[in-house]
Ligand binder design. Sequence first.
Ligand code: NAP
Length: 256
Amino acid sequence: MSRMLEGKVVLVTGGGSGIGRATAAAMAREGARVAVADLSQEGIEATVALINSAGGQGIAITGDVAEETDVANMVARTVAAFGRIDCAFNNAGVSGRAVGPTGQRLHELAQSSVAKMFAVNLMGVFLCLKHEITQMLAQGGGGAIVNTSSIAGLIGLATSGHYVAAKHGVVGLTKTAAIEYASDGIRVNCVNPGYIQTPMTDEMMKTRHDEIMAKVPVRRLGRADEIAEAVVWMCSDKASFMTGAVHLVDGGYCAA
Ligand code: NAP
């Protein structure tokens, strides 16, 4: 059976953990050579080991998506190793817990927390788009990019104002990029996960599991591999008419 990403080169950010790791592994299983980027060396080396031990080809690149020189380096290293970039999954992100105290309404949020949130979850996606698209335009032949937004990119969530604003921004960047580069054959979509079991949600689930599950029609957390399968498909040529789309994978959360 032919594999969905046979011969493609992909760059995955936030690839050292959770959704990014599962997606990098799924992309490799589908025939892609995968550049795995993240802040921490340990996480990406584990992901690359997973890929290579299954017979795939992966490389590890450390870097901060909020720093333009790091993002430029991620793209340059991918091209140096594999010759081009066909697909990208701009997935690195942080939760509110990583940038300040939790449980704060808008008037309580410190400017520094909001700035850190926007730097990673919104500016990070912008910088990745900028450098990936520059490379795709230079090499020709189009490409496919998926950005990680969230259910928080479509609805409000109390005490997550900065996260919600950043994830709505990712939807806006996705739609604009889709329009601007359609004529170059570059498709840009976003995936909007609901509550997924990853290190990002571990702490939250200790205190809010029952309250959150009561709002999820399927009554469980999603698995990282359930997001990965949607992203693989969006990056593949099977999604050739899909661009600028918002793709909820949320166990029915936003339908309820
Ligand atoms: P995760 O397991 O914490 O993975 C996120 C990864 O991104 C981590 O490896 C993290 O590195 C990395 N990262 C953070 N800041 C970075 C930066 N500045 N530069 C490069 N890498 C950075 O969380 P996840 O659940 O897989 O989240 C992946 C994406 O899905 C995020 O964008 C998140 O907002 C989104 N999302 C998650 C859920 C959910 O329920 N889990 C729902 C909707 C959307 P460190 O661990 O070293 O910080």
